[in-house]
Structures are given as structure tokens and as C-alpha cells.
Write a protein of this length. Structure first.
Length: 365
């Protein structure tokens, strides 16, 4: 039987997630307890205790559907970001927000602008709706915002910007983003994806939510999967003016954020101590890895996230050898970076195991 499906759907290459620890253990006969996973930019501290307690407190209500409107979570986000609740869209991870934007705003054949070496989901969301991708060449592995503004076509409906960028870790300062927004036509929506914002050093942080009043075409995407440690619960959110939020909610699936995720996220927003600890563990690990790459003479892209992109030669071969040593990192050949690997920041012992394995694999021990 030949199923009917649009060519643009058949042309999609499904998203490849980081290899699970259990899968590696099965494939190579390794002990799961000895495997280090530094592949998916997860918080190595796990989930905060406050979020765990909040999640367990609602377990007894799991026979009931979650609050589809997420009243308590929206109220907490409203207080944190000083925006009205009707400016907030909840997502099944921020990935959901990215796809909602494409489905709500882009018709088949229209164009979407994003940068070379940017998050794979931008391409997937574009393909899902049969849109045309305008991929702007990167500048120093990051966004060339001037070129991206110039690339916007009459049929462009959406622009994706990741800041910091995944998988390269680059960062655009607030002034650069503001200049870019001023150049974007009012009928083109800019998605500012700030999944890694909490890992920025304090002097680099800025409150992008204050731009929403001036830019009705701005959608800020955030997640609880990274610094907040809730990746397995899948919860994110978007901030935008009500007209745009209304459109996103028209295509949002009902009950897209489950009860456990909502409760854990509300608690996480008040757990400043855990967030500060997550930042500090990452800062120390990032400094360690980048310093060691310097000592090993390895090229890397200075990172503003919780990962580092490092050039190792034959990325696929080094990745495979690291797997056999019980270390999972992320190959990025699919991004057009076959000589590089992306390495998430782990706990001190995890970082040490990775570095020892890398030295051995590269013959620089």
C-alpha cells in the first residue's frame, strides 16, 4: 500500500536525539553506572528538590486532566517576567512553541529565515508546514543579523534566532538584537529562542520581555529543560502580545503541559538557590573544558551556554571511540560540522572522565 503524504513531509529527516545511556549499555555491554552522558545539554544536577516535592504532591490527582490553561504556572510566569497572563503560551517544552509558531503563521510555499548552524528544529518546523527555508550563512559560527535582516523576503512570515545559539554556543548582545528587531517588517514574526539564557554571565543578561511592548511581532521562547532541570517533564513557554498569543493557542494541543510538569515548573521559578547552583556548576565546568581544550591545542567556539563545540578532526570516528569508552557526546555532522563535537557540561567527575577519554582517543594523554 502506498500512503498519500506531501512530498515535504516525506523529505523530513527525523530529529536525532542524544543517545540514551541505556541504549549505549545494551550496544556495547557497558555498565550503565559507569557511562557519562554529555550529549543533550541537560542539567547535571538533575531536578531541584522543590520541584520534586511539588511534583509528588500532585501525583494523587493524575487521574484527572491537567489545567489546560495552566493558571498557576501562568500566574508564576506573569510575576517573574512582569507580563499579563494572556501574553503567555505554555508549551510541551520550548520545542512546542517553535512548532506552534510555524503552524500558526506560515503557509506552504512561504519562507522562514534562520541561520546556518542553528537549532535543528527550526528546519524541521519549516519543513513540517511546507515552507521554504532561507538559511543565512553563519558569521564566526553565529548569527549574522545584518545578513538575516537583508534576507527577509516579501513572503517571509517567521524568523528564528537562538540566543545563545545551539549547537555553537555563540551569543548576540542586547543592542545587536534590538537593532535587528528595528529592521524587521511588522508582519514578520521573530522568535527569540532563549533556551540557554540562565547560563549567561550576569553582566551579559538582559530583560528581553521589556521589548514586547514595542514589538508586537516578537515571540520570546523559554524552557524549563536546561538550567531548571526539568527536561523529562517537557515544559516551556512563549511570551508575546495577545494577538500573537491568541494565534498560538488556536493551534496548541489541549492539555499539552501535564500536571506534574506544571507543578514542578511553578516550584522551580521560586527555587533561586537551585538556579544559582546550576549556573555556578556550569560556569566552573565550562571554564575547565575550554581551558583544557586550550592546553590540548584544540579549536573550539567560546560558549555562552552549557555546552562547548570543539573541533576534533573526524568527528564521527572520535564520537564512536568515545562511546566505546563510555562517554556520550553529540556529533554535529548533520549541521554541516563533521569535524566537530558538541559536549555538554557535566559534574566535575563527568567532565574529568570525558577529558581523560578524549586525551586517550586523540593520543594526547
Amino acid at each position: 500500500m502506498s500512503l498519500h503524504a506531501p512530498d515535504y513531509v516525506r523529505g523530513i529527516a527525523p530529529y536525532q536525539a542524544g543517545k540514551p545511556i541505556s541504549e549505549l549499555a545494551r550496544e556495547y555491554g557497558l555498565d550503565e553506572a559507569g557511562i557519562v552522558k554529555l550529549a543533550s545539554n541537560e542539567n547535571p544536577l538533575g531536578m531541584g528538590e522543590a520541584s520534586k516535592a511539588a511534583m509528588l504532591a500532585v501525583v494523587g490527582d493524575l487521574a484527572r486532566y491537567p489545567d489546560s490553561n495552566g493558571f498557576e504556572l501562568k500566574a508564576a510566569l506573569s510575576r517573574r517576567y512582569d507580563v499579563p497572563a494572556d501574553w503567555i503560551t505554555l508549551g510541551n517544552g520550548s520545542n512546542d512553541i517553535l512548532e506552534l509558531a510555524a503552524h500558526a503563521l506560515v503557509q506552504p510555499g512561504q519562507s522562514v529565515v534562520y541561520a546556518q548552524y542553528s537549532f535543528a528544529v527550526y528546519a524541521l518546523a519549516t519543513q513540517e508546514v511546507g515552507a521554504r527555508a532561507i538559511v543565512v550563512p553563519a558569521r564566526n559560527h553565529g548569527h549574522d543579523l545584518d545578513a538575516m535582516a537583508a534576507a527577509i523576503a516579501p513572503d517571509t512570515r517567521l524568523v528564528f534566532i537562538a540566543n545563545p545559539n545551539n549547537p555553537t554556543g555563540t551569543f548576540a548582545p542586547a543592542a545587536d538584537i534590538e537593532r535587528f528587531l528595528a529592521r524587521v517588517p511588522a508582519d514578520v514574526v521573530v522568535v527569540l529562542d532563549e533556551a540557554y539564557n540562565e547560563y549567561l554571565r550576569p553582566e551579559l543578561r538582559f530583560d528581553s520581555a521589556r521589548w514586547l511592548q514595542r514589538h508586537p511581532n516578537l515571540l520570546i521562547s523559554r524552557t524549563f529543560s536546561k538550567a531548571y532541570g526539568l527536561a523529562g517533564l517537557r515544559v516551556g513557554f512563549g511570551l508575546a502580545q495577545p494577538e500573537l498569543t491568541d494565534l498560538l493557542n488556536r493551534v496548541r494541543q489541549p492539555f499539552n503541559v501535564n500536571s506534574l510538569a506544571q507543578a514542578a515548573a511553578v516550584a522551580a521559578l521560586s527555587d533561586d538557590a537551585f538556579l544559582a547552583r546550576s549556573y555556578e556548576v556550569n560556569r566552573q565546568g565550562l571554564d575547565l573544558l575550554q581551558g583544557e581544550f586550550d592546553r590540548l591545542g584544540l579549536e573550539y567556539v567560546p560558549s555562552y551556554g552549557n555546552f562547548v563545540l570543539v573541533r576534533v578532526g573526524d568527528g564521527a570516528a572520535v564520537y564512536e571511540k568515545l562511546l566505546r569508552a563510555g562517554v556520550i557526546v553529540r556529533p554535529v555532522g548533520a549541521y554541516g560540522l563533521p569535524e566537530w563535537l558538541r559536549v555538554s557540561i557535566g559534574l566535575p567527575d563527568e567532565n574529568a572522565k570525558f577529558l581523560a577519554a578524549l586525551r586517550q582517543v586523540l593520543g594526547r594523554g
